[in-house]
Each structure stands twice: as structure tokens, then as C-alpha cells.
Design a binder for this molecule. Structure first.
Ligand code: NDP
Ligand code: MG
Length: 331
């Protein structure tokens, strides 16, 4: 079982006379930074001037400086930029200013684990990764709670990296909900696997296949949309609240029987084998290599795939139907 840390395991004193430089003020940046500040810690924001988030940081009472200045001034440099830009920003504006005794910190392990960034000796390298979007990280903190975090130590030059990481997690609100000890490898590999096979890839492929099967059989696309797309939320909310058991207690007996007898025919041994193959491609670095290359070469394949998906019938039907569903904040 996992090692989980709570409030009483962490002490903010380990960050007391330290300056935390947060690089980036996007989804995670705005949330973590404000939580750290509200926890009484000294935070400085590093941003490129003229960007959209610069204004946002100013409006929240911060005075952002350049990424280089923030790196020079910070004891802890916490990188909250999109993962695809980490390497170029690190190489040009962060790496050259890292000095012995500083801590480099992340909320996702991709670039360290796959050696896209190789930090110098003499610094600590840690990860604090909230398991939720920035909006929730902020709103839960304000409510007095927190979002669970993952924590990992990649390099412990000071011998106190764990104290720093735990204090950081406390500052963000994570120890209020539980901070699970992991490694950069485990966080990165499970994160990629989850999003590829279940959360994003698996769910959207399942939705598309179900929708297509109904439409190809001559049913109205609007009904197919309700049955295979819209109602996913209802089911997911029940699972989120009380696991599969709560979902099954709530749906009809007919639905539950259909679930238990037909579900395993949809996700069968072939799918399970394919999942293992996908996991292997993550573990041996094949996926990382492909994704890094895709970004380096202008994302041609990525953009083509994105364009295809926008033209799906289920997207058109959904857009139409959602316009009259006023309780949905129509996007
Ligand atoms: P965002 O896409 O929201 O980050 C946006 C920020 O990055 C903005 O401040 C933006 O500045 C800046 N930025 C973007 N490109 C550049 C660039 N080329 N040079 C300088 N600054 C740039 O990132 P997230 O918050 O989503 O993710 C940050 C980290 O947190 C990632 O490692 C991610 O994996 C991790 N994470 C994210 C979660 C999430 O829910 N989003 C959950 C858990 C972890 P500007 O306004 O100038 O464009
Ligand atoms: Mg994830």
C-alpha cells in the first residue's frame, strides 16, 4: 500500500526563509501560487512579458518578473509551463541560472523521467503533482480543504529534499487531503497510461464506437448522442461519488445485468492485451520519443488528427442539442 502524508507530517518551517519562484501562471500556476501565498510563503512569479497570463497574475496582486530573474532569485524553482515547452525554456532561461543548493520542482515527471531535462548535480529535484485541475486546487483550498497530491524526489543533494517537498505540498493544500509518495517514473508512466487508455483515449474511442454502431443501424443521431455521450456524465458522477457499486445500486437492475454480462464483451482480452502493449510503449520510451518528435516537427500528424475529430457527426449533433440545454454552460 502507498505511503500517504497528511498535515501533521509536513512543516511549513522548511520553506520559511525560502523564495519560491513559480514559472508559469496558467491552470496549475494560478492555483498553486495563490495557495502558497495564502499559506504565508514567499512566492515570486516568472513569466514572459506580454503574455496573457501576465495580466492575470498582476490582477491577483503579483508582480511577475522574467523567467531568468525568477530563477536567479528563487530557492525553489517550480516549473508550471505546458510540458512541451519545458525543454526550450529550461535550456535558455532556467538551467543556466541553477546554482548549488537550489531546488528544481515540477508537477509532472515527463521531462525528467524521459531525460529531456537533465538537471545539474548539487540541486534537489522534486515533484508535487495535484491530482486535479487548477480551478479545483484553488477552490478546495479556499474552502479549507485540499486536492490530493503525488510527491516524488528525483535528486536529493541537500539531504532535505523530502522536507522541502512535504512543506511545498502543505503550502498548496495537498496534505489536507493526502500526499502519496511515488517516483517520477511511476507518476509519469501511470499518468500517460491513464490518459491514453482510459480517461481520454479509451473513453472517447468507446463513445465514438457506440455512437457509430447506433447510427449505422439506422437510429437517429440525436438519440445516439444522448445514449452514448450525454449520459456518460451521469454514470461517471455516480462512480466518482461511490465507486462502481454506487453506480450499479442507482441504475436499474436491467442496466446492471446488461453491464455485467455485456461490458466484458466490449472490453475483452484483445483490449486488455492492447493496453499492455500501450503500457510497454510508455515504459520503453517509444511514446515519449514519438511525442517529442511530433512537437519538434510542427505537429503535422497531431493537427490532422485534431481536424478530423472536429468534423465528427457526434460533435455536430451535440453542439445543436446542447444549445437548448441551458443548465449546461454551453461551450
Ligand atoms: P498551462 O498550459 O496552463 O500553462 C500556461 C502558462 O505557461 C502560462 O503562464 C503561459 O504564459 C506559460 N507559457 C506557455 N508557453 C510558454 C513559453 N513558450 N514560454 C514561456 N511561458 C510559456 O499549463 P498547466 O498549468 O496545464 O500545466 C503546468 C504543469 O502542471 C505541467 O507540467 C502539467 O503536466 C502539470 N499538471 C497540470 C494539470 C492540469 O490540470 N492542467 C494537473 C496536474 C499537473 P503566457 O500567458 O505568456 O502564454
Ligand atoms: Mg493525469
Amino acid at each position: 500500500m502507498a505511503t500517504i502524508y497528511y498535515d501533521s507530517d509536513a512543516d511549513l518551517k522548511h520553506l520559511k526563509d525560502k523564495k519560491i519562484a513559480v514559472i508559469g501562471y496558467g491552470s496549475q500556476g494560478h492555483a498553486q501560487t495563490q495557495n502558497l501565498r495564502d499559506s504565508g510563503l514567499d512566492v515570486l512569479i516568472g513569466l514572459r512579458p506580454g503574455g496573457r497570463s501576465y495580466e492575470s497574475a498582476m490582477s491577483h496582486g503579483f508582480s511577475p518578473v522574467s523567467i531568468e530573474e525568477a530563477t536567479k532569485a528563487g530557492d525553489i524553482i517550480h516549473i508550471l509551463l505546458p510540458d512541451e515547452v519545458h525543454v526550450s525554456v529550461y535550456d535558455s532561461q532556467i538551467g543556466p541560472h541553477l546554482r548549488k543548493g537550489k531546488t528544481l520542482s515540477f508537477s509532472h515527471g515527463f521531462n525528467i523521467h524521459f531525460k529531456q531535462i537533465v538537471p545539474p548535480d548539487g540541486i534537489d529535484v522534486i515533484m508535487i503533482a495535484p491530482k486535479g485541475p487548477g480551478t479545483l486546487v484553488r477552490s478546495e483550498y479556499q474552502r479549507g480543504g485540499g486536492v490530493p497530491c503525488l510527491m516524488a524526489i528525483h535528486q536529493d543533494a541537500s539531504g532535505t529534499a523530502k522536507d522541502t517537498a512535504l512543506a511545498f505540498a502543505k503550502g498548496v493544500g495537498g496534505t489536507r487531503a493526502g500526499v502519496i509518495l511515488t517516483t517520477f517514473a511511476e507518476e509519469t508512466e501511470t499518468d500517460l497510461f491513464g490518459e491514453q487508455t482510459v480517461l481520454c483515449g479509451g473513453v472517447s474511442a468507446l463513445i465514438k464506437a457506440g455512437f457509430d454502431a447506433l447510427v449505422e443501424a439506422g437510429y437517429q443521431p440525436e438519440l445516439a448522442y444522448f445514449e452514448c455521450v450525454h449520459e456518460i456524465k451521469l454514470i461517471v458522477d455516480l462512480i466518482y461519488e461511490g465507486g462502481l457499486a454506487h453506480m450499479r445500486n442507482t441504475v436499474s437492475n436491467t442496466a446492471e445485468y446488461g453491464d455485467l454480462t455485456r461490458g466484458p464483451r466490449v472490453i475483452d482480452n484483445h483490449t486488455r492485451k492492447e493496453m499492455k502493449k500501450i503500457l510497454k510503449e510508455i515504459q520503453d520510451g517509444q511514446f515519449a520519443k514519438e511525442w517529442v518528435m511530433e512537437n519538434k516537427t510542427g505537429g503535422v500528424k497531431f493537427n490532422a488528427l485534431r481536424k478530423n475529430e472536429k468534423e465528427l457527426l457526434l460533435e455536430k449533433v451535440g453542439k445543436e442539442l446542447r444549445q437548448k440545454m441551458h443548465w449546461i454552460n454551453a461551450k
